[in-house]
Ligand binder design. Structure first.
Ligand SMILES: [Zn+2]
Length: 261
């Protein structure tokens, strides 16, 4: 029986930059009354605040950011402003992220962490495991252009694993091992002719088919594809993944709420 008090809500599902009416990577994870936001890319903050129904983001227990690219963290600075101007003096909000994320925030603050350190309590990733509200937070380094932490959040009865951005790598299978829900990037750059390829010789993103193959090897129960290149046909990504992954394959869309068992 799905436990309605545990759920993942999609704040944004685009990679790179947001399509009209959409946002970049972000998810709100809820369990046992706790709320953790995972990634805060372009356009996710207003959606998060609407879900919380609190303009200063009250009711948020922790923030997890996979890496420092703006399509995963730029709205974290907006969250900082909401807390700094709206709730100065409130308890610190735990921020789990690679150190480069905090450095990017500092660059928006003229190079100082004076105000930031009065809003956030930073904890490094990959590291831990941490106790994050009702969740155990595990993390693992995955290949990307900058340090990227794949994260795994487990509460009684449910485990969610999320790649952030990654190339194909055995560590992804370790991350997603037996997860109830595996949230995988499916950038599918190849889908549209003329889309620029990766700037690196290393593989730093996935196709939907690769994400599905990794999910199958990990024996994940359900697969949620996300981080679609703007303009991609998401049903094509779903169909390609479904050829490889035997479980249920979901396609992320803004506002989608997935109950977790
Ligand atoms: Zn990205």
């Amino acid at each position: 029986m799905p436990n309605e008090s545990s759920a993942l809500t999609v704040l944004g599902s685009c990679g790179g930059w947001p399509e009209p009416g959409r946002a970049c990577s972000g998810f709100l994870l809820e369990s046992a009354g706790a709320r953790v936001v995972v990634d805060l890319g372009y356009g996710t903050l207003p959606r998060l605040l609407s879900l919380l129904d609190e303009p200063a983001a009250d009711g948020l227990d922790a923030v997890v950011i996979t890496h420092e690219h703006p399509d995963h963290m730029v709205d974290l600075h907006g969250l900082f402003r909401a807390r700094w101007f709206g709730r100065r003096g409130a308890p610190l909000l735990p921020l789990y992220a690679p150190s480069g994320v905090f450095d990017r925030l500092k660059s928006f603050e003229d190079g100082t962490d004076e105000a930031l350190s009065r809003v956030f309590e930073p904890w490094p990733l990959p590291a831990g495991p941490y106790r994050c509200g009702p969740f155990r937070l595990d993390s693992i380094a995955l290949p990307h252009f900058v340090p990227n932490a794949g994260v795994r959040l487990a509460a009684p009865g449910t485990t969610v694993a999320y790649t952030g951005d990654t190339g194909p790598d055995p560590a992804v299978v370790e991350l997603a091992n037996g997860a109830d829900l595996f949230v995988a990037e499916a950038t599918d750059r190849h889908q549209q002719p003329g889309v620029a390829g990766s700037d690196s010789d290393r593989r730093c993103d996935l196709t939907a088919r690769e994400a599905a193959a990794l999910a199958a090897r990990a024996r994940a129960e359900r697969l949620l594809l996300t981080h679609f290149w703007p303009g991609n046909d998401r049903e094509t990504s779903r169909a390609e993944a479904a050829e490889v992954f035997p479980g249920e394959t979901l396609v992320a869309g803004e506002g989608m709420r997935i109950p977790l068992s």
